[in-house]
Design a protein around this ligand. Sequence first.
Ligand code: ZN
Ligand code: ZN
Length: 354
Amino acid sequence: MTLTAAPPSPANNTLPTITRTAMLFGARDLRTTELRIPALGDNDVLIRVAAVGVCGSDMHYYDAGRNGQNVLRQPTVLGHEAAGVVIAAGSASAVAVGARVAVEPAVGCGECDTCRNGDYNICPTGTCFGSPPTHGTMTQYLVAPTRAVHQLPDSIDTVTGSMIEPLAVAVWAVQRAQVGIGHRVLVTGAGPIGLLVTQVARAAGATEITVTDINDDRLAVARELGATRTINTSTESLGEAPLYDRVIECTGIPPVLWSTIRTVKPHGRVTVVGQAAPSVDGLPLAFLQRYEIDLVTAFRYAHAFPIAIALVESGAVNINRIVTGRFGLDQAAEAVQAPVKDPRHLKVVVTPQS
Ligand SMILES: [Zn+2]
Ligand SMILES: [Zn+2]
């Protein structure tokens, strides 16, 4: 395989062969380790990773060695939210060396019927960076398929670029929720995803957006970012009046979901975004049926990165406000614990080059 010619610079003559990574060996055992960089395929690019967002899933893997159904069985590099600079491209890749890109961590197998229909987020055999055993993006250098990279405009720096992934989650959630002009929307949970969903719902035309949480600091950020009303559900009840056209559930807590269903208008729609428990009791199924309320789910995203990038570039979404901390690669263990230790953190970023 051949590499495309790059502008002459010392770095291009000596492409790295080894990368330093933040590897999870077991619960609460995250260490910096060197790995050989895999061979670059014709359709791959080699990225110098500039920033990696820390996600709730990274925190779960770190804390418990598992995230929902997925269990860590062998040492795995963490992280799936990344942006950086392309430093080499395979012979069949159209991406220019020097391009600044956001990385889409799960693009499906590309071959099955589901992928060929464009529904690659639900590909039955697809892998995702940072979902064990697939190594993740907390690494200095990352090989990724060309179809997984999305060029960033000049106005978006690479730290912001690493937030395109969680924003894509929010874009897909709002698309699955079918939020439209004039809708009254309830968003449960003012964590990073809820705060991004709030902004995307507003961009999609929602005119009233109520956000719930049990943390007043987070609710204050929600108001700053476009929530028209906030409810601290530890002190105030949600009520049962049918107020909302759409509910977007971002907590993953079943009783939160059940309580919101009774606030949805007839023919409304409830979208589950927060990670679901394997099975749950208490679903008010008869109520859903009585009012023909749709209950739908969202898993990752498909075709959402370009929209997420456009929303940031246009100013419709502010993602810098949710980045509250930066850590070097050697501080990755500190980074994945930071949001738990200090709930004022929203999103922290690991910068593998420092
Ligand atoms: Zn994530
Ligand atoms: Zn597939």
